[in-house]
Design a protein around this ligand. Sequence first.
Ligand code: NDP
Length: 273
Amino acid sequence: MVSQRIKDELKAEVSEMKAKGITPGLAVIIVGDDPASRVYVNSKKKACAEIGIYSEEYALSGETSQQELLELIEKLNKKDDISGILCQLPLPKHIDEKAVIDAIAPNKDVDAFHPVNVGKIMIGDYDFLPCTPAGVMELIKESGIEIKGKECVVVGRSNIVGKPMTMLLLHEHGTVTVCHSKTRDLKEVTLRADILVAAVGVPELIRGDMIKEGAVVIDVGMNRLPDKRLVGDVCFSEASEKAMAITPVPGGVGPMTIAMLMKNTVKAAYLNA
Ligand code: NDP
């Protein structure tokens, strides 16, 4: 698996860094008791332990005030053994996510959500790439398909996935179209895609008849159904009849997101050394 290969490479790199006196450290903040967030935070801590990255968890109650959270971030910004800070989203309604993202020092912003890092991605001169789109790029490269000149369609335009995904494909010379909830004829657009990335949050929205024969399909979606099954934004059984390569849910993009977070934390350790 690509994610395991990346983690193995990072493990070797961290061991060399430690010999030179640099230990990457990740602080993970979770506010409230959202079960999905808890699962993600546990996976991130587990990956840190596997690679040899020092980690700290700050599990705060759902009643934590915005001021208290901002003070914690300020403390972590100055903490020498912490190279990366991650605040698990979503946050409780009374906390302004933007204020929290803005408070994280850009050189410790391993999610790459801070406006400084977003701007750097836009101009193609960045320290960190956002973890999910970066993971998708690795998977596309792994499929062997060249992005240059290809029709790329991204379904979804969130700040976290869709928009940065679009920029990364553009940097690799794809011809990129972005779709969203107001797109008039989604199928007409997706059928043009040589590379299709679905980041929507609607279970199995992308059906087999929306996919071009031989396309590469990347499913970012993680949707929990009432019967507890986890499905993507793509109907896997139908799409796999058409696609040349397709990522499954679970087990496709999710593990890559975590591997890329680890990569960013290692990079942050160099930046903050
Ligand atoms: P958001 O809800 O922030 O964005 C969803 C996007 O999809 C919006 O741009 C929205 O359009 C668009 N959209 C919604 N309905 C439709 C529709 N019917 N047709 C076309 N476009 C539509 O979600 P995220 O980007 O944060 O996440 C997307 C999915 O990816 C979720 O399932 C999430 O759980 C998953 N995810 C997975 C990760 C991983 O590691 N595998 C990491 C992050 C997210 P509009 O802008 O017009 O509202």
